[in-house]
Design a protein around this ligand. Structure first.
Ligand code: MN
Length: 424
């Protein structure tokens, strides 16, 4: 972890400017009838989970270029996640991937206590073979033609629930790579039937207070058809399984130009939106840092979430799912958490009364202008003040670099050529 004194010293040099910027923004927001401290409180209450696998350098199907001091296992990953939360106060939990993060649950709980973190949704992995498994997932897992292979995948998911229960997680995210690469290779309907049958067995093993999330993805690794291809399929799954089943929206898992905010609104309407995997993309499932390519789209997603936040039963798991190829993963995750929080705060200052009035009057121009007014507001002083009030860093990247954390851990973590840089 990073020395508290260093964070305080870093903040001391920035406190006066922040106070001035915060007051100035507060005055401007007051003219719009917005209380800046209420927004800061909202920012402080917002959290997004960090994916354990995001702390290692990712890779593409061409190569992986490891960085210095990469985490050797889940204990190192949790240390890194602890640093991200310490500096941002925006990432209070970690999402684990099994079997990559499999270890004694007592050690996980101990490390969680030490780093001040909790555990968000568990993630199962049936998209690759493990050295000790009896059956291969080359031709599918939960939807495989072979019953024994499906059973193995079901049992793996049940094991993820068991591990999750031991560490206080309350949800399981299921994403599979199952599909086909050739027309005719599989029966599109019977493959889906087999998937649903397997998922019903996993669902039956779900504790009463748990949820299961179905994560759709349009393509890759299967390139002709994918079993859980789109939000319609995901909704069918969640509806057929039952009340504890919901849909998880990964922002990168759609065709280009798809209106994701509309999907969000529809799933909330159905009572089936369970959570998100945040990331950004230009062409496909690029797993780029949140808010770096299309910040307006991220804002529009949060605009729906804030507009519908009082929907009874809405309980969202906010998680990041990214692959960092050219940056220090800790820095990317810090920036991403702040960008997700930024979109939430911007969406929170939309004048909803005015917006609804313009909608009623069919004043399209002013309705759009109302959203833009919120999106264009520089809320950085709010985010920085939220961090300062929590004892986190006013400028998290500057504090991280000043800490020398990466160089320090590099002394004890040898350079690794491979490792879990999962992209899902
Ligand atoms: Mn994902």
């Amino acid at each position: 972890m990073i020395d508290k004194n260093l964070i305080e010293a870093e903040n001391a040099g920035r406190q006066a400017d922040l106070a001035q910027d915060y007051q100035s923004l507060g005055e401007r927001l007051a003219r719009r009838g917005v209380d800046i401290d209420a927004l800061t409180d909202r920012a402080r209450a917002f959290g997004v989970a960090v994916p354990s696998w995001g702390t290692g350098t990712g890779g593409t199907r061409f190569a992986r270029f490891p960085g210095l001091g990469e985490p050797r296992g889940i204990m190192d990953k949790m240390d890194d996640c602890g640093v991200i939360h310490q500096l941002t106060d925006a990432t209070p939990s970690v999402s684990l991937h099994i079997p990559w993060d499999k270890t004694d649950p007592a050690l996980l709980l101990e490390k969680a206590e030490e780093t001040g973190l909790g555990f968000d949704a568990m993630n199962s992995n049936t998209f690759q073979d493990q050295p000790d498994q009896a059956y291969s997932y080359k031709f599918g897992s939960l939807s495989h033609t072979d019953a024994a292979t499906r059973q193995q995948a079901v049992e793996h998911n049940l094991e993820c629930i068991e591990i999750g229960q031991a560490i206080g997680s309350k949800a399981l995210t299921v994403w599979i790579g199952d599909g086909s690469n050739f027309p005719g290779q599989t029966s599109l309907s019977r493959q889906f039937d087999r998937y649903l049958d397997s998922m019903k067995q996993v669902y039956a093993g779900l504790p009463e207070d748990w949820r299961i999330f179905s994560e759709h993805k349009i393509y890759e690794p299967a390139f002709y058809s994918t079993v859980v291809q789109d939000w319609g399929t995901s909704l069918m799954i969640a509806q057929e399984l039952g009340d504890k089943a919901q849909c998880l929206v990964d922002l990168g898992h759609h065709a280009p130009n798809v209106n994701i905010e509309m999907i969000v609104a529809r799933l909330i309407r159905a009572g089936k939106l369970g959570g998100f995997h945040f990331n950004d993309s230009k062409y496909g499932d690029d797993d780029l840092d949140s808010g770096t390519i299309e910040p307006f789209r991220l804002f529009l997603v949060f605009n729906e979430l804030v507009e519908l936040e009082d929907t009874p039963g809405l309980n969202l798991a906010h998680m990041i799912d990214q692959s960092h190829n050219v940056t220090d993963p800790i820095e990317s995750l810090i920036v991403s958490a702040c960008e997700i929080q930024r979109a939430y705060v911007q969406a929170s200052l939309v004048d909803r009364t005015a917006l609804e009035g313009y909608r009623q009057d069919n004043d399209a121009l002013m309705a759009a202008a109302t959203l833009r007014a919120a999106f264009r507001t520089d809320v950085e002083p709010i985010l920085a003040m939220a961090r300062a009030r929590a004892g986190a860093a006013i400028d998290p990247i500057a504090a991280y670099r000043a800490s020398g954390y990466r160089a320090h851990v590099a002394q004890t973590r040898p350079r690794v050529a491979s490792g879990g840089g999962g992209i899902v």
